[in-house]
Design a protein around this ligand. Structure first.
Ligand code: DHB
Length: 311
């Protein structure tokens, strides 16, 4: 039986629903080329800012028993580099390229959206805030601020775009943020960013594992899978098919990916697992997803996408 795991996100065809999350190993052109030549169905680039950033002091990423902690602080080469990289990547292959924009101000975001209008990127993932920018609150937790930013970028963007969201934990917050998003031409949400401001310590040295913010950093990987599932499910219900959902957070095998799609995701990004296992992770996860679909008798994603049954 032939299993089809292709999907369209905002009308952009992806040969499979599995691709890289913004963040891990996607800052330089060399790294992006590795993703391009892997089985990842798209190349998502590192979140960019207007100017080059060195990021936070090291150590700023550590693997944990079931995941990761990071406080990178947005190290990136500045948006001009990613406009250039998108052109270089598109010369090599048709694989979709996704820009991730994470400006420090509304004006920076508007300027970067305009710049990517005249680039060959297929999609833009607007990341209104990293949990690791020192002195800056997580924008996704402020619906009023989200509204202002989405209004501004919606006016200028000629590319289809989506929004990367932090995880929410209170049911009323899902509704508040969904109501804001529904006002604008947002094609997809990417749920979830890392769970902000966790703390990992070494009991022997009695010190934090990472240096920035007294050791606080975003938690990713297996620890967050159930939060991801809940966020995907709630937004799937609230958007009623009008906004697609890309699930990200804690996927390390094909069955994890299946679960997110069952909850309502149209596609699934891989972050920590890519960093820990290398680019072979994309192919492995795709093959495992296909195998599990075969076991279930499913031929395509829409046979089960969003169809979580009541208990
Ligand atoms: C960084 C972390 C994030 O979770 C994010 O969305 C953007 C940037 C960082 O620390 O580099």
């Amino acid at each position: 039986m032939k299993v089809d795991i292709s999907v369209k996100i905002a009308n952009v065809k992806l040969d499979s629903c599995i691709f890289n999350a913004s963040g891990p190993a996607d800052e330089t052109l060399e790294e992006l080329k590795i993703i391009q030549s892997s089985a990842s169905s798209a190349v998502t680039m590192k979140s960019c800012t207007k100017e080059v950033r060195e990021g936070n002091p090291k150590p700023r990423y550590e693997n944990l028993e079931y995941g990761s902690i990071n406080s990178m602080g947005l190290p990136n080469l500045g948006y001009r580099a990613y406009v250039r990289f998108s052109k270089a990547l598109k010369k090599k292959s048709k694989k979709p390229v996704i820009a991730s924009i994470c400006g420090m101000t509304l004006e920076d975001n508007v300027q970067m959206f305009k710049a990517f209008n005249s680039s060959p990127v297929d999609l833009i993932e607007f990341n209104p805030g990293s949990p690791n920018t020192i002195g800056k609150p997580i924008v996704g937790y402020d619906p009023g601020e989200m509204d202002k930013l989405l209004e501004a970028v919606s006016k200028v963007s000629k590319k289809p775009f989506g929004v990367k969201l932090p995880p929410y934990f209170d049911l009323v917050h899902f509704e508040q943020i969904a109501d804001v998003i529904k006002k604008y031409p947002v094609k997809f949400v990417t749920s979830v960013n890392s769970i902000g401001n966790g703390l990992a310590v070494n009991p022997y040295t009695e010190r934090p594992l990472i240096k920035p913010k007294g050791g606080l950093g975003g938690i990713g990987g297996g620890y967050i899978k159930y939060t991801t599932l809940a966020n995907v499910r709630k937004f799937y219900e609230l958007f009623e098919g009008k906004v697609q959902i890309i699930g990200v957070g804690g996927v390390k095998n094909g069955i994890d990916a299946f679960e997110l799609i069952l909850a309502g995701a149209s596609a699934v990004q891989i972050g920590t697992a890519f960093l820990q296992k290398g680019p072979g992770a994309f192919e492995n996860i795709q093959n495992e997803l296909k195998e599990f679909m075969e076991v279930k008798g499913y031929k395509k994603l829409t046979d089960f996408q969003g169809k979580l049954k009541p208990l």
